[in-house]
Design a protein around this ligand. Sequence first.
Ligand SMILES: [Zn+2]
Length: 600
Amino acid sequence: MGRIPEATVEQVLASTDIVELVGRSVKLRRAGANFVGLCPFHNEKSPSFNVSPSRNSYYCFGCGAGGTAIGYVMAHDGMSFVEAVKRLADAAGIRIEEEVWDENAEKEAKLRAALIRAHQRLAEWYHHLLMKDPVADVARQYLRGRGITAQVAKRWQLGFAPNGGDLMRRWASEQKISEELLIGAGVLARGDRGEVYPRFRQRLMFPICNDNGEVIAFSGRLLDADAKAAKYMNSPETPIFNKSRVFFGFHKAKRAVAKASQAIVCEGQIDLVMAFEAGFENVVAALGTAFTEHHAKLLKRHADEVVLCYDSDGAGFKAAQRAFQILAPTGLVVKVAALPAGDDPDTLIRREGAERFASLIEGAEEFIDYQIAHAAAQPKFNQMTERVRFAEQMAGNIRLLDNPVARSTAIQRVALRMGIPEEDIRKRIGKVGSSQVMKGTVEEAKSEASRLLKEQDRTELMLCQTALANPEVLEWLRQSGKVEWLDDLPGTELLGVLWRSECQPLDAASMTSFLSGLDPVLQQAMVGLQFQPAPPGGLEEAAQALKALELGRIQHQIRRVQTQLKAPGITAEQAGALQREMLTWRKEYLDRRAASLDTP
Ligand SMILES: [Zn+2]
């Protein structure tokens, strides 16, 4: 299933009457501006379930369930996001782009079958060239150099794509395969002046298969090490190939992954083939560097643990960090095998043997530990400010850990190594950055949302509610230009999100579009807040609250510096710098307090 464009989602929400929708399953009666009824999500005798037609959302004061019409259908009918949008679109008479495919389903199925046939023949042809044809001398030499035997080449149906288009043209006409089909398959490309040329030239070809072992695409590795083109090039997306959902070699490795309940992740196809042939059959490689959520879900279906085998350079670390961010939220344990500098699984196995690689996999450490070790090796690590910044990053990563036990041991380890109190790290973890999209069930989002609301600063909540109810206040906040310092004050996420947006809370369409762009946790919390009775007061009260928050932020900075001063192993020089910082904050605190007393 494809993605539904955001504009369509907004259109669907705008065309849905939420009172009518909810009213089909819940008996609602009017109460002021809202409608109330017995909550369908928890057992209750007196109604605490509210539906607001003007805001186009619902909220239950009993259990905290809340959201848009789409969220309601998802939670009430157990549907996925896409299913829910489709159901509402149907009811509103809105056509969803995706469904255009359905009308052409038969044509589409025929095209897919033709593409798969063409790929199978192409794989055979490339393979034949590699094994037998003089044009592939250079490729055979390359394979010998990397210790890949003819047997291995045969097992993986490796191939060779020659330079120039004549050979392929001749072959295609013998096979009665049309040029159009090969263009559709992405092995031929059309240039600016309409000329047609092969996409893969002078490359070692790796067939990419689906779960049934049918070839659906190719990955071509450059043979000429000096050439400027990309080392690996993949087929473009086609009706049968979506690279964000496929692992190279997974049809072969799947069983071993499930058996070991572990997947070893390599960076390149050759690494994967060599590791597999050396007896490590539970290997996977994404096509290109990026893991996607689809990859993560696919792995989670078969394994509990992932071992990343990336280069030990800076780029490898970044790749591992990205992989962790995608994999950890699914509950997979993410480990990193520290390969010697300059090695990949292939070179290591060839030089030092399979046992050495096995012991590295065995000794792989959890990503969090690996990250601490990586940070500790940085020259600036003994500076306290660096360490605090690092703790902030770690908190973001720990938050992604799905398992509470894993979370709490990670917190202990980070606290110990950083010399930062566990409590401080826990607080940082409580923050929900808007960049960290939480994906999960409606149930999870609900409990996360109530946790988030509990951890919010009281003054902030009051100010946020005032801003939701009073456009003048929100405008004034936005004009003040102070939003950045909210980042230094934990428990102010909701206000930050609203403040930074361009949303007009009293305009239902604007609010709907704002809410649907938030991650589910923030969405529920924001809806919950909007449904609470708004605090009385306007600009003046808001200005007081903002001042209180500013003072709170300075106090927070003072506490932070105090903690840092107590950290073990701090040098006299660092202590001096921290004390100076402390003086600055104290002075600022006193100045501001004096100012706020002068102008009550
Ligand atoms: Zn409820």
